[in-house]
Design a protein. Structure first.
Length: 327
């Protein structure tokens, strides 16, 4: 209807033990536009709403809109995809169109989706107890000039988690603690006739408290960033190249301090990914993509599929092929 829309997406994904095909609701929302004219659009979304994160989170599952088969893992983690994609609550959004360019705004108040994957990523193990999400906040401001030739954005989150060990059977090795995750993401993009350049930088702040000696109180900031170039040879053929980097903790990007304290491999704390790829639009409905990654570091490798982290190699490669059909 002119002012009211309803949208939903269900998903079943098979991605090793990290995701074993359980059906679930990715998002399901009611969208009401209460103001719409030539200069302004303002509205409200309620339900399981998409998180405003960087350039690509909104359409990360739409293959034709992605710059590559896999999005930059340093920003758009696959192992905690559900947490990053959407949350339960509401979103206020707006767009202001001016002679200087277009300004787009989104602000969420919602509770994050938390499951086994998130507990393993945040706590390192599936401990007795219950990890849940508290009321959290997120927002994004985008600026677009000349229909998207120049784009800038900033995204900010304050995600709260609470762990309750009181009701756990037996004695839990953890106390009832809390985690605060506060990423700040800066995005920039240039889109020319043939060449597109994109970069995003994220400062990812973590704060742990109350878990006891097994996970001592700590406060640290990580750095993620990538630089990406896409070149369109013809309307049907294009190539992409990207360098993507993740440092879990500033001041210990090589992981040496982490290895000395824990005895775990230092490469668990970083990942540098060099990628090249090729896209062929066979028709307007069929797309074929292929890409090759050379990665140094294992920071985004899941422990579910690799329980013995000492068997992981610091340098590894990945080749992928995608065929996508839209109608």
């Amino acid at each position: 209807m002119p002012k009211l829309q309803v949208a939903a997406q269900g998903v079943m994904r098979w991605a090793g033990r990290n995701d074993q095909g359980d059906p679930r609701l990715d998002y399901g929302l009611v969208d009401y536009t209460f103001l719409s004219n030539t200069e302004n659009t303002w509205g409200l979304r309620l339900g399981r709403v998409i998180n405003p994160l960087g350039f690509y989170n909104d359409t990360r599952d739409v293959a034709f809109t992605r710059p590559s088969i896999f999005l930059p893992e340093s920003i758009y983690f696959d192992r905690t995809r559900d947490l990053a994609l959407s949350s339960d609550g509401g979103q206020l959004y707006g767009e202001r169109r001016t002679h200087m360019g277009d300004f787009l705004f989104q602000f969420n108040i919602a509770r994050p989706r938390v499951g086994k994957q998130e507990e393993l990523a945040l706590l390192g193990d599936n401990f007795p107890g219950d990890l849940g999400g508290g009321t959290s906040f997120s927002g994004r401001l985008l600026y677009e000039k000349d229909g998207g030739v120049i784009r800038f954005g900033v995204s900010s989150f304050q995600v709260n988690f609470n762990f309750d060990s009181a009701g756990a059977p037996g004695n839990s090795p953890l106390g009832s603690g809390s985690i605060k995750f506060s990423p700040l993401i800066f995005s920039g993009q240039y889109n020319g006739e043939r060449l597109s350049l994109t970069s995003e930088v994220a400062l990812r702040h973590f704060s742990y408290s109350g878990f006891g000696p097994r996970i001592p109180d700590m406060d640290f900031t990580g750095l993620s960033w990538y630089f990406q170039a896409t070149y369109r040879f013809t309307p049907r053929w294009s190539a992409v190249a990207r360098f993507d980097s993740l440092c879990t903790e500033l001041g210990d990007c090589d992981g040496e301090d982490f290895a000395a304290k824990t005895g775990r491999p230092s490469h668990r704390r970083f990942a540098d990914d060099w990628m090249v790829g090729l896209r062929w639009d066979v028709t307007s409905s069929i797309m074929v993509r292929t890409e090759f990654h050379h990665i140094r570091g294992t920071a985004w490798i899941t422990t579910e599929d690799n329980p013995n982290i000492n068997d992981l190699h610091e340098d590894w490669n990945m080749f992928s092929l995608l065929v996508s059909f839209r109608f």
